[in-house]
Design a protein around this ligand. Structure first.
Ligand SMILES: [Zn+2]
Ligand SMILES: [Zn+2]
Length: 369
């Protein structure tokens, strides 16, 4: 076993704190990584606080991980010691179902769906047919830690053109916004609306602009209008009905990145006929939708979940090629709980990235998990 340490939530209320645990030694096809940086995603907060009612404690969040390879299993040929690699939201999938065979691991239909980088299988044994747990573990510990062990084909190569700390948030917020834009065929000259302008929205705007689209940001925060314009997008206050009017029936594609339940009705009239509004920020019951606005113009509302391993590599390479990435602010792990509070208040547009070197300053309790 490998001794590891990290930061964990032990219940929904208490602050996260230093935590010692063990990881398995790398097997034949596994790669051991020293974690250098880990982005802080809004999902980490939802999960740490059990806001999706499925948290397994102790919970070590973190699925925007960049690190250096320190050890490889005997069967690993695609990575070498010293390589800079990334780990996103998934560390394994069933490998047998139709989506997995098509390389769509994020839509795995196996009995336990995909294995999340933290909090274990997406479908836990108690919800799986016959109480099955094909991964043999109920919990997984994520990137708020000093070491990770991951199967080789779930690792992402980080090209030298991308700083590792900038690459980290792309592994979740980048691919979550890139995947639907690719699937719905966003291309140069189209008009794209981005609803919400936090960590996901920031990446969505940069990616859409790099694809050559004309971008309009919808935000509830007046101070963010100027920030969006600085990137080269147009920006509208979502509460300003008059400002929405000129955009009626003009969007080829819209993406909602708002991280909680919200009303989609004001945006539907802005879509062109046959065009789609995709929700990626909120994984919950949404407010009712007026189907007149959908049916009269054959509009669609859809959702999309992160992206495949191949798409994660693609968005990393796309960002390296176009010289784009998230605006980040480095965070010491000791300041994590404070950062959570700021993110929850919606004050943060940049992405916090934990510098894992700060973990070395922690005196971790000697009791293991
Ligand atoms: Zn995330
Ligand atoms: Zn599968």
């Amino acid at each position: 076993m490998i001794s590891a340490r990290g930061y964990a939530a032990h219940d929904p209320q208490s602050p996260l704190r230093a935590f010692a645990f063990e990881r398995d030694e790398p097997r034949e096809r596994d790669v051991q990584i020293q974690v250098l940086f880990c982005g802080v995603c809004h999902s980490d907060i939802h999960q740490a606080k059990n806001e999706w009612s499925n948290t397994v404690y102790p919970c070590v969040p973190g699925h925007e991980v960049v690190g250096r390879v320190t050890k490889i299993g005997a069967g690993v040929t695609t990575h070498a010691v010293g390589d800079i690699v990334g780990v996103g939201c998934m560390i394994d999938s069933c490998r047998h179902c139709k989506p997995c065979k098509l390389g769509l691991q994020n839509y795995c239909e196996g009995p336990n769906s995909w294995l999340a980088t933290y909090n274990g299988p997406m479908v836990p044994a108690k919800q799986a047919p016959g109480g099955l747990n094909t991964y043999g573990r109920d919990n997984t510990y994520g990137g708020y830690s000093d070491v990770l062990v991951v199967r080789d084909d779930f690792l992402i190569r980080i090209p030298p053109a991308l700083k590792p700390e900038v690459a980290a948030p792309i592994l979740c917020s980048g691919v979550t916004t890139y995947s639907p834009m690719k699937h719905w065929g966003v291309q140069a000259g189209q008009k794209v609306g981005i609803i919400g302008f936090g960590g996901l929205g920031d990446m969505a705007v940069k990616l859409a602009l790099a694809m050559g689209a004309q971008v309009v940001v919808f935000t509830s925060t007046e101070a963010k209008l100027e920030e969006a314009r600085k990137l080269g997008a147009d920006a509208v206050l979502e509460s300003d009905a008059k400002a929405l009017e000129p955009h009626a029936s003009s969007f080829d594609f819209m993406l909602s990145t708002v991280p909680q339940r919200h009303d989609l009705n004001p945006y539907l009239p802005l879509l062109k006929r046959d065009c789609t509004l995709v929700v990626v920020g909120a994984l919950e019951v949404m407010a009712p939708v007026n189907n007149q606005q959908v049916a009269f113009h054959r509009r669609s509302i859809s959702g999309s979940l992160i992206g495949s391993i191949a798409e994660t590599q693609e968005v990393i390479d796309f960002c390296a090629l176009h010289g784009i990435g998230p605006d980040i602010e480095m965070l010491r792990i000791q300041d994590l709980n404070e950062a959570y509070a700021r993110i929850e208040k919606g004050e943060v547009r940049f992405r916090y990235v934990i510098d894992m070197a700060s973990l070395a300053e922690e005196s971790v309790p000697t009791t293991l998990a």
